[in-house]
Design a protein around this ligand. Structure first.
Ligand code: AMP
Ligand code: GLY
Length: 419
């Protein structure tokens, strides 16, 4: 089989490494991939949003199966375009990817079907939003409707911050058309849990739960990032919470999407907050999370391609999906300065015996050498019987990987280990 994976980050590297294990896979192409992914797939210089070029490549190359990993191409209809030329895909069609592509859509869906989430109001007029904020309870949360590179959410601890967020999104158009509508919602408190799931639109199979560490600095301080590390499973996701999530959130969401004529096939990511009143949906993503995938897939015991094809073909009910006992930790190595500006082009050294544990996100090949090219450079994952061992092993491995300006958090997993 010839397989194509759209995307070029650590998540895609983790997906590719697992797909490779299936003996039916002859070749994997990554569009565009990156300098580190090039060790495991053929990288093709086509951007993840260039749907016409992706479709042409798939036809010319005779691609048998495609995995569309990032949000942008999914929301733009990459799966629909590939299916139209007969390429089966893992990932939702455009009409289902809207669950991530529009926060207004997802909030209205949850309201209509009674799925627990923060109370909210939608605004398309900045003056009305600002007027509402004059008396709204503070803290509050302001969210741009559309995709905003993961930066469209402001948790406003003061009224001034909330006003500023509305102005930036709706008046300055910081995120372009993604900000023509906004959601202002109730501030919730509690530990956050990420649950990725496989679903074919009928059956939903949650994967092992995980915890992201979004802030740049130890102790959850500093600016928000794309994620500085992850652990799995998440200890706040107890069996009772899992049961409540299945009954109140996972199944109702799958059924709601089907009832709306928007059957979701692919990986549906539930961003949850475990409040004192029970679990609430913070966000849906229409795809695997990054860097959650880098701890979830290493714990998958079943063959990834087999499960993905069962999702695509609507036979997930009959496909066993097993995760191994134990835990995983991923430590992200970034360039100092990230998420602000940072230097690039520094050579990366990875000992040969550590390579299996490394998922490369922001690196390029320059004259055969791997050099940094992004803020988050790579993630190093270890699995073990216990979380404490996995964390220790991940740091031990990560500390053998070197490059100039290397920076990481030293406390990934600390909160999870403290409960
Ligand atoms: P996102 O960019 O959608 O991943 O959201 C960023 C972060 O904002 C989430 O991980 C939460 O920590 C926080 N957040 C989003 N919605 C709320 C809410 N209603 N209450 C409190 N925090 C929230
Ligand atoms: N780690 C969160 C995300 O992928 O959106």
């Amino acid at each position: 089989m010839k397989i194509m994976v759209i995307g070029g980050g650590g998540r895609e590297h983790a997906i590719i490494k697992r797909l490779k294990e299936n003996p039916a896979v002859e070749q994997i192409f990554a569009l565009p991939g990156n300098g580190g992914i090039a060790a495991d797939a053929v990288c093709v210089d086509i951007g993840a949003k260039d749907i016409p070029a992706i479709v042409d490549f798939a036809k010319e190359t005779g691609i048998d199966y495609a995995v569309v990993a990032p949000d942008d191409p999914l929301v733009l209809g990459c799966v629909d375009a590939l299916e139209a030329v007969g390429v089966p895909c893992f990932g939702p069609r455009k009409n289902a990817a809207i669950i991530e592509g529009s926060k207004v859509f997802s909030k209205n869906l949850m309201r209509k079907y009674g799925i627990p989430t923060a109370a909210y109001r939608v605004f398309d007029d900045p003056a009305e939003a600002l007027q509402y904020l004059e008396t709204a309870p503070i803290p509050t949360v302001v969210k741009a409707d559309g995709l905003a590179l993961g930066k469209g959410v402001t948790v406003a601890m003061t009224r001034e911050e909330a006003f500023a967020a509305v102005r930036e999104i709706m008046e300055d158009r910081k995120f372009g058309d993604s900000g023509s509508r906004i959601v202002i919602e109730e501030y919730l408190e509690g530990p956050e849990v990420s649950v990725l799931s496989f679903t074919d639109g009928e059956t939903v199979v949650p994967m092992v739960s995980s915890m992201d560490h979004k802030r740049a600095l130890d102790g959850d301080r500093g600016p928000n990032t794309g994620g500085m590390g992850t652990i799995a499973p998440n200890p706040f996701y107890t069996p009772d919470v899992a049961r409540a999530c299945m009954e109140q959130i996972f199944l109702p969401t799958i059924r709601a999407m089907k009832a709306e004529g928007r059957e979701f096939r692919g990986c549906l990511y539930f961003g949850l907050m475990i409040t004192k009143d029970g679990p609430r949906v913070i966000e849906y993503n229409c795809r695997f999370g990054d860097p959650e995938t880098q701890v979830v897939l290493p714990l998958l015991e079943s063959d990834l391609l087999t499960v993905m094809q069962a999702v695509t073909e609507g036979r997930l009910k009959d496909c066993p999906v097993r995760f191994r006992d134990g835990a995983a930790c991923c430590v992200v190595l970034a360039s100092a300065g990230y998420p602000g500006s940072y230097g690039k082009g520094y050579e990366i050294t990875i000992p040969a015996e550590v390579r299996d544990h490394v998922f490369v996100a922001g690196a390029a090949l320059k004259e055969g050498r791997l050099v940094t090219s992004g803020g988050r450079v790579l993630g190093v994952t270890a699995t073990a019987d216990t979380l404490a061992e996995a964390v220790k092993a991940a740091y031990a491995l990560a500390d053998t990987v070197t490059f100039e300006n290397r920076f990481c958090r030293r406390d990934i997993g600390k909160r999870a280990l403290s409960i």
